[in-house]
Design a protein around this ligand. Structure first.
Ligand code: ANZ
Ligand code: ZN
Length: 870
């Protein structure tokens, strides 16, 4: 028997066996509780980096564990395959972006296999495949019907010398990344998705995200940014625009009597109207141009230099009747509120700084309730208080005034209470080739015409040239561009913009839930083409026209599958997606439900538990190409084996914390696995003839053996706890390491059957508990001790409550008052922990499934009762 540990040989062997055993190729089996484990899918850049390895290792551990716990596990993988890098590679290498993308996918898939991850590859999603994006096009059209997509003017980065639109990441310090000339902005008609229609719902839904990190929930709320306030109309008193009423959004209508000027966003359409033909015109236009180039985020920052210009006109304060001047100011943004601000220098810091700079009056109208005097000329007083100098409203508190003033304004037809959200509608048009074509046709007589459903997908052409200059290759491709109008049949033009790649990642989790065989029959089209062949819409070769234009595809996934698999039970991904992706993902889930693609019985939230894996650092900096401190996973695997890398990553830090890379630590993990290997081989002859101890714990006479057995069951308990609820894999692994140490010092006597049985029990426990983390070596050692089963398919170990400790007590689990189970926990375990623990028991889950949980009653140290309906 060999006693040398050769990771590579073992790993390749087991990877092949797992592949052949199709372990996670599960089909829905409604009698079993399900568990949907998902990791954010990668962009196929070419190689996996350590951040990927961390993310997917976490997911793999959870998938393996849940499988061992008897769940039906869905663990899919796919590729977020559209995007700019493929297009840049195409310009550089003169190849089609698809070619680059698909060859990267092939390579990275191989890397995934080499990491020992168990995925159900049958469900693989490649977002650049026409049979994926055609659904996205269909969703777009359905959303258009409901008014959830629309077109409006919006600005883009523009390079005059390259004659091309630039993505934000192609603008380097205000200059074009290719030619280094200055980038300007240009107004283009673009498509928007009305995320704001769901703003309130998305905000309310945040309260349901109990299994999400608080930080992410806070970021979602902030991004939605609900403000309660009022809208007030200020009438223009003179000049070109006399009589026009400017709406203003304010959260402090209580300060209205302190308004001393009005500020418009420089981009406000009224600005140019007001100054047209006046002596101010030139200066104002120059100012507007200057501000347009400033960064929007910076412009509104408190410490950014406030700048503005008088427009030479005046407006009427509807409450005081005062005539006040009108300005354009750089800190007012066009796309928030109404793009106009009533300026109150006494009570708003930005207005204060502006007034100081331009010598405008400062008028106090709010008095602090508890403070006698304050110097309003030294700084703005921004708290709420009591109204002074406010005519009929004097003496009210700010809170009262915020209700009374809008009521009064409403009677005059000059204002009302409104809500405002920071959330903007989502601009999805990209002037890029490598993305989902927007399924729209422009006809001179009919205007904007949607592509007919039966004509989907609108496929990206293959014969294109990439120069990096001028408009997107789609706009130059005659064959793509020219089309007959579906309404009047006259010649028309296709939309040449493609969709933001965040659209694809908003619904990929749904595509996974049905097997391709389910949707190929639904769609009646081929599955993912690979290796890259011309992506073509299912076309007709012969046959009658009727057959060709048969019924449009019905479903992108099977609603029955959705009922079973949703919501995602565990989602892992980086914190950088805390706002955009996760918000769009929550938005699409709701939209697809409201469009009828998802059944109503599926909840409104797509994912119940989210984990943000921490960043990988090396030498104090984030591991990144630009810092030159990357460690290549592949080289390390070659040297130490996958099991070591996985173990190190999981052991070095809890998953959500920063992981500081350490070569020393990797070597330590490698040494530990060698120690486990030798432990099994050296002890095998002693344990070969016996079975695992299975008798009553109290009957063990040898106290050393008894203690070891207690350690074994405590370790099982610890590891189980970590895998079920706190995800502190590092402490779980540390516990296994301790157990290995105990086995090393344990002296099993040859003739004492019980101690040899306990030796066996301990060694088996180590192998089994370590399996989710470093699965290859564990499978191999399982075989070494002469088991013929696949360890990855074995049931998870239960601990023996008797063996654990006297400090443990039994807690009873009830559902609607009926005894449904019990479990052993440390005395005085917290109620929330008990609840979580009970919910992870598959048996209990069976009772809770498809029922509404009304209440959970916890009697500490005694029982937990789930009150359910349905
Ligand atoms: C008058 C006022 C007086 C304001 C005062 C504040 C304090 P949030 O809470 O973020 O919604 N505002 C409105 N539209 C703006 C825009 N397009 N660009 C920049 N600022 C804008 O902020 C709402 C407040 O931000 C509004 O309330 C308005 O200033 C300003 F003592 O109106 B306030
Ligand atoms: Zn037409």
């Amino acid at each position: 028997m060999t006693s040398e540990y050769h990771p590579k040989t073992i790993e390749l062997k087991w990877q092949q066996i797992w592949k052949d055993s199709k372990l996670l190729e599960v089909d829905p089996h409604p009698t079993k509780p399900k568990y949907y484990v998902l990791e954010m899918f990668p962009y196929p850049s070419g190689t996996l980096h350590m951040g990927h390895v961390r993310n997917y290792t976490i997911g793999d551990v959870i998938a393996r564990y849940k499988y061992a716990r008897g769940f039906q596990v869905l663990h899919p993988m796919g590729w977020d395959a559209f995007g700019l890098p493929a297009e840049n590679a195409a310009i550089k290498n003169k190849t089609h972006p698809a070619k680059w993308t698909y060859s990267n996918i092939t390579y990275m898939k191989h890397q995934f296999e080499r990491l020992g991850y168990l995925f159900d590859w049958r469900r693989e999603v490649v977002t650049c495949a026409p049979d994926y994006y055609k659904w996205e096009q269909l969703f777009f059209l359905k959303m258009l019907e409901k008014g959830l997509t629309y077109r409006k003017l919006s600005s883009v980065n523009w390079c005059e010398s390259c004659q091309t639109v630039l993505a934000n990441e192609q603008v380097e310090e205000g200059c074009c990344w290719r030619c280094e000339s200055e980038v300007t902005t240009k107004e283009l008609s673009q498509w928007f998705i009305k995320t704001t229609a769901y703003a309130e719902e998305l905000l309310k839904g945040c309260d349901e995200l109990k299994g999400w990190p608080d930080r992410v929930v806070a970021m979602q709320k902030h991004w939605i940014g609900r403000s309660e306030g009022a809208q007030v109309l200020f009438e223009i008193l003179d000049g070109n625009c006399k009589g026009i009423k400017i709406p203003v959004f304010t959260t402090r209508v209580d300060t209205i009597c302190g308004v001393t000027f009005l500020s418009l966003a420089p981009e406000h359409p009224l600005v140019s109207e007001i100054v047209k033909g006046t002596s101010q015109e030139k200066k104002v236009i120059a100012f507007v141009e200057k501000v347009r180039k400033q960064d929007k985020l910076k412009r509104t920052a408190e410490n950014f230099e406030k700048e503005g210009i008088s427009l030479g006109a005046h407006v009427l304060n509807p409450v005081t009747g005062e005539k006040i001047p009108l300005y354009a100011a750089n800190f007012v943004l066009m796309d928030y509120g109404t793009g106009a601000v009533m300026a109150v220098p006494a009570h708003d810091t930005r207005d204060y700084l502006f007034a100081k700079k331009y010598g405008l009056p400062i008028k106090q109208v709010i008095q602090p309730v508890d403070q006698v005097s304050l110097d309003i000329h030294a700084s703005a007083f921004t708290d709420l208080g009591e109204l002074i100098g406010s005519g009929q409203f004097t003496g009210l508190t700010s809170e009262e005034a915020k209700i009374k003033i809008p009521q009064w304004l409403e009677k005059q037809g000059l204002g009302n209470i409104t809500l405002n959200y920071k959330l903007r509608d989502w601009g999805v048009s990209r002037q890029r080739f490598w993305g989902t074509p927007i399924p729209i046709i422009y006809c001179e007589s009919c205007g904007i015409v949607p592509v007919l459903e039966k004509d989907l997908p609108v496929v990206l052409p293959e014969d294109v040239e990439f120069t990096g200059e001028g408009p997107s290759p789609l706009a130059k491709h005659e064959g793509f561009l020219r089309v007959n109008c579906p309404r009047c049949q006259k010649s028309a033009k296709r939309e040449t913009d493609t969709m933001d790649t965040f659209v694809e990642s908003s619904w990929y989790y749904l595509r996974y839930i049905s097997l391709p065989s389910a949707f190929t029959s639904l769609e009646r089209s081929s599955s993912v083409p690979r290796p890259w062949t011309a992506p073509q819409a299912p076309r007709c070769s012969g046959g009658s026209a009727r057959e060709c234009s048969g019924p449009a595809p019905q479903k992108p996934f099977d609603p029955e599958d959705a009922k079973y698999w949703l919501p995602i039970d565990h989602y892992t991904g980086g914190i950088e997606h805390a706002t955009m992706h996760l918000l769009y993902f929550r938005f699409y889930h709701r939209v697809l439900q409201d469009l009828g693609f998802l059944p109503n019985t599926v909840g409104r939230e797509p994912c119940s538990h989210l984990l943000n894996q921490g960043i990988v650092y090396k030498d104090g900096f984030k591991m990144s190409k630009s810092k030159g401190n990357v460690v290549d996973p592949e080289a390390l695997i070659e040297k130490f084996g996958t099991d070591t890398i996985r173990l190190f990553i999981l052991f070095a830090a809890p998953p959500e914390k920063v992981l500081e890379w350490s070569d020393h630590g990797v070597e330590g993990s490698s040494r530990f696995l060698g120690r486990v290997w030798r432990m099994v081989h050296n002890n095998f002859s002693l344990m070969r003839e016996v079975k695992v101890y299975s008798d009553d714990h109290s009957k063990i006479v040898n106290s050393e053996a008894k203690n070891l057995r207690t350690k074994v069951h405590q370790t099982i308990q610890k590891v189980t706890l970590a895998l079920d609820q706190n995800f502190h894999f590092n402490t779980a692994i540390a516990a296994v390491m301790e157990l290995v140490n105990e086995v090393y010092v344990f002296k099993a006597e040859l003739h004492d059957t019980v101690s040899r049985q306990i030796l066996r029990e301990s060694i088996e426990a180590v192998i089994r508990l370590l399996c989710p983390f470093s699965p290859h070596i564990c499978e191999e050692l399982w075989q070494t001790i002469e088991y013929t089963t696949l360890l990855s398919a074995e049931k998870w170990l239960d601990y023996d409550p008797q063996a654990v400790d006297l400090e443990k007590i039994t807690v009873v689990i009830q559902v609607n008052g009926k005894l449904r189970g019990s479990f052993l926990v440390p005395k005085d375990t917290d109620g929330q922990v008990l609840e979580k623990f009970a919910k992870t028991d598959p048996k209990i889950q069976n009772y809770l499934q498809d029922k509404e949980l009304l209440r959970t009653v916890v009697v500490p140290n005694k029982l937990i009762n789930f009150v359910v309906r349905g």
